[in-house]
Write a protein that binds this ligand. Structure first.
Ligand SMILES: Cc1ncc(COP(=O)(O)O)c(C=O)c1O
Length: 454
C-alpha cells in the first residue's frame, strides 16, 4: 500500500464520510500530510478502508468545501497549499499612501451628497423595539414600502447588511464546490473572491453597451451554468446599465432553465438609469438585491433582498445561527427616509450630480482621444497602455486610482484603471488631463478644442 494511503488509513477510526474528512483534516493541520501532497484515489482509499467509494467521495467533497484539498481533474486530489492561495483580489485594489492627495481609487459615494439622517432620527414615528430577540426579521412598514417599489412581485423579501453581505450569504446558500457561475469580466473584485472561496468555477462573461453579451450567456447556460450574477445598472467598474431589450434577450435564454439569477443593484437610487430587472420577466428565477449604501449612506449597511423564496429562506435560516436579523432600529430609519420628501430630493440631486461629474470627465477624455464606455454610476473604466505605468504616473501627481487587474477574471493585454468620479468637482479638468496622459502612457500634447496645450 502506498505510504500516503497507509498514513491516512491508519489515522481513520470513524469510517463515515465526516470521520474520514476529520482525520485527514487533522493530518493536514499537524503537517503529517504536507501542502501539495497527493491523496490516494477514491477507489484506493475505499479499498484500504473497506468502505464504499461514495463514502470517500463524500469525504473529499467535505474537504474541498473546507478548502483543505483541491482536485485537478484526472491528476487527482492534493492537499491545498494555503500559503500559496491567491491574495483575494479585493485586497489588491490599492489604498492610498501619503503621497496621494486626491483618492479616486475607492468607489465610494461623495459624503457631501448623502442625505442627512438626523432630522429623520429625531422624528422617528414609532418607538424602536430594541429589547426583543423575537420580533420578525423584517419591519412590516419597511416591507410594505419596498414591495410597492419592487421591480416585480417577490415571493419573499428580507433585509441584510448591504449588498456585499447579501451576495456573500446568497452565494454561500446556493453555490457548491464545482458549480459554474456566470459573472461579468470585468467585474467587482470581492464577488470574484466570494466565488473562489465557494469553490465555484467562475465563467467570465463579456459586456457590451447594453449589458451582458447574450451569446456568451447562452454558451454558459448550455455548458451547465447554475447561477448568473448580474450588475443590473451602473456596472462597477464599466458603468453600463442593462437595456430593456437586453433584459428580454437574456430572459428568453434563461427562462425555464435551472439557473438562478442574482441581481446586484449596488448603486440603487443614485443610479441615473431606470432599473431593468430580469425579475419582471422570469420572477421565479431571480433574487434582486437593492443596496441603500450609495444612496442613503454606507454606514446603514442595509440592502433589501427579494425574489424567489428558496434561496432567501436558506439565507435566513443560516443567519439564525449568527446575527439572526438586521437592526430593526436601522430598518425603521430607512423606512422613514424612503418616505421623506426631503431625503428623496437630496437623493435626486446626488443622482444628477454623479451623472454630471461622470459625463464631464468622459467627454473631456474623449477630446484627448480616450474612449470610455458606460453612462452610469460612480466609476469609469479607462483603457491605458500599461497599468503598471499609469498608476505610478498618476501617483506622482498625487492622484490615487485603482489598478484594473483585480477587476479582471481573466488577465489579458487590455490594461485599464478604475477611476471613481463621484467626488470629482474641484480641479476635475486638470485631473482629467492627467488621467488622459496616464492612459496614453506619456504626456499628452494634443491641442484641446480651444487650441491650447494641456
Ligand atoms: C458591484 C458592487 N456590489 C456591491 C457593492 C457593495 O455594496 P454595499 O455597500 O451595499 O455592501 C459595491 C460597492 O461599490 C459594488 O460595486
Amino acid at each position: 500500500m502506498p505510504q500516503a494511503t497507509k498514513i491516512i488509513a491508519d489515522a481513520i477510526t470513524d469510517l463515515s464520510a465526516e470521520g474520514i474528512a476529520r482525520a485527514i483534516g487533522t493530518l493536514v493541520t499537524g503537517n503529517s500530510l504536507a501542502p501539495g501532497a497527493r491523496l490516494p484515489t477514491v477507489r484506493e482509499l475505499a479499498g484500504a478502508l473497506s468502505v464504499s467509494p461514495t463514502t470517500v467521495g463524500d469525504a473529499w467533497q467535505i474537504l474541498r468545501r473546507h478548502r483543505v484539498i483541491h482536485t485537478e481533474g484526472r491528476r487527482g486530489s492534493f492537499v491545498r497549499d494555503l500559503a500559496q492561495d491567491r491574495t483575494p483580489r479585493y485586497w489588491r485594489v490599492p489604498t492610498t499612501g501619503d503621497a496621494i492627495k486626491v483618492d479616486l481609487s475607492s468607489g465610494v459615494p461623495d459624503a457631501r451628497l448623502l442625505p442627512d439622517p438626523l432630522p429623520i432620527i429625531r422624528e422617528l414615528r414609532e418607538s424602536p423595539v430594541v429589547a426583543s430577540y423575537l420580533e420578525p426579521p423584517v419591519l412590516t412598514s419597511l416591507e410594505e414600502i419596498l414591495r410597492a417599489r419592487w421591480p416585480f412581485d417577490p415571493e419573499r423579501i428580507t433585509i441584510l447588511n448591504g449588498a456585499m453581505d447579501a451576495l456573500d450569504r446568497l452565494i454561500q446558500a446556493v453555490v457548491t464546490v464545482g458549480d459554474k457561475v456566470g459573472i461579468s469580466d470585468p467585474g467587482f473584485p470581492p464577488l470574484f473572491d466570494m466565488l473562489d472561496l465557494a469553490g465555484a468555477e467562475s465563467i467570465p462573461l463579456p459586456l457590451d453597451d447594453a449589458g451582458l453579451e447574450p451569446d456568451a450567456v447562452r454558451r454558459a447556460a448550455d455548458n451547465g451554468m447554475t447561477t448568473l450574477i448580474i450588475q443590473s445598472r451602473a456596472h462597477n467598474p464599466v458603468g453600463i446599465s442593462m437595456t430593456p431589450q437586453r433584459r428580454d434577450e437574456l430572459a428568453s435564454i434563461l427562462a425555464g432553465r435551472p439557473i438562478l439569477v442574482l441581481e446586484d443593484d449596488h448603486s440603487g437610487s443614485v443610479s441615473s438609469a431606470e432599473l431593468v430587472s430580469l425579475g419582471s420577466v422570469i420572477p421565479e428565477q431571480v433574487v434582486y438585491v437593492w443596496s441603500f449604501s450609495k444612496s442613503h449612506g454606507p454606514d446603514f449597511r442595509l440592502a433589501a433582498v427579494g425574489g424567489v423564496a428558496d434561496p432567501i429562506n436558506s439565507v435566513e435560516r443560516r443567519r439564525t445561527l449568527g446575527p439572526s436579523w438586521t437592526s430593526r432600529l436601522l430598518q425603521g430609519i430607512l423606512a422613514s427616509m424612503l418616505t421623506s420628501d426631503a431625503v428623496e430630493a437630496s437623493i435626486a440631486v446626488a443622482t444628477d450630480t454623479y451623472a454630471q461629474r461622470r459625463k464631464q470627465v468622459v467627454e473631456r477624455l474623449a477630446s484627448h482621444g480616450v474612449t470610455v464606455g458606460g453612462s452610469d454610476g460612480l466609476n469609469i473604466w479607462i483603457p491605458v497602455q500599461n497599468e503598471a505605468i499609469a498608476v505610478p504616473m498618476l501617483a506622482a501627481h498625487g492622484i490615487g486610482v485603482a489598478r484594473g487587474q483585480p477587476f479582471r477574471l481573466v488577465s489579458d493585454n487590455n490594461h485599464h484603471i478604475r477611476v471613481t468620479t463621484s467626488a470629482l468637482d474641484n480641479n476635475w479638468e486638470e485631473i482629467t488631463d492627467r488621467l488622459a496622459e496616464a492612459s496614453h502612457g506619456y504626456v499628452d500634447a494634443t491641442p484641446n478644442q480651444n487650441g491650447g496645450r494641456r
